[in-house]
Design a protein around this ligand. Structure first.
Ligand code: DX5
Length: 227
């Protein structure tokens, strides 16, 4: 049985001067978890959240935190993000010379592990590590910034990853996540291709009817697309 539709915000568009209030508002809006887009200015041309920033928001919500590590050296910082309160760490296959070992190390810290694939990276990159993850993230933009356009050609890769997860008998334990340009006009395509965990940043914050409406609308559209 495939895991349920989950909606998670990217915190990138939030007001960084009041992150505690922002995560509280996201919880009240009904998101299922919070994704922190961690960027090191090397793997991607942007710099965002250190572990202390995430730790400062940890006490303001009971929601799970996942860190999307868009960093060149995930092994160096992984433990700090777990200690900051992230229960899942997502590493990029492109940044890991020894991906299998990196995932094992993350699990040894008591966190769950996910693998992210940039648009050019084939689904086959995760073929031999599916037993170590609870999430595969198909990037639907090139990482580094919010507010970019959804790359619809990634839907074939979403289908491939979904097929791999299902064929491995992991549909009830491994999420297929998408991130980048997810909004009312694109969420159905991603969900019908097999994504169940949807990350949205700008689409949540630019909804004139507010966060709750944006979350409910994405959830409803994704659920309808899967049925
Ligand atoms: C890219 C970031 C963004 C962000 C979501 O590195 O990971 O994809 O989470 O941004 P939106 O939803 O605004 O495209």
């Amino acid at each position: 049985m495939t895991l349920p539709v989950l909606i998670a915000p990217s915190v990138l568009p939030a007001d960084f001067s009041k992150l505690g209030d922002e995560v509280k508002a996201l919880e009240e809006a009904g998101v299922d978890l919070i994704q922190w887009d961690v960027m090191d200015g090397q793997f991607v041309p942007n710099l965002t959240f250190g572990p202390d920033v995430i730790a400062s928001a940890r006490t303001h919500t009971s929601l799970p935190f996942e860190a999307h590590l868009m960093v060149l050296t995930p092994d160096v910082m992984a433990k700090k993000y777990v200690e900051a309160g992230c229960s899942r760490l997502i590493v990029h296959a492109e940044a890991c010379t020894h991906l299998h070992r990196t995932l094992e190390n993350i699990r040894s810290m008591g966190a769950t592990a996910g693998v992210a694939l940039n648009p050019h990276t084939p689904a086959s990159e995760v073929a031999h590590v599916l037993d170590l993850v609870d999430l595969v993230l198909v990037m639907t933009v090139n990482p580094g910034f919010g507010g970019q356009s959804y790359i619809s050609t990634m839907e074939s890769k979403i289908r491939q990853v979904r097929a791999m997860v299902d064929a491995a008998g992991l549909a009830d334990s491994v999420h297929v996540e998408v991130d980048g340009g997810i909004g009312p006009a694109t969420v159905s395509g991603a969900a019908s291709a097999g994504a169940n965990l949807l990350i949205a940043g700008s689409a949540l914050y630019r909804d004139p009817k507010g966060l709750r409406h944006a979350v409910d609308d994405l959830r409803a559209k994704a659920t309808a697309a899967r049925s």
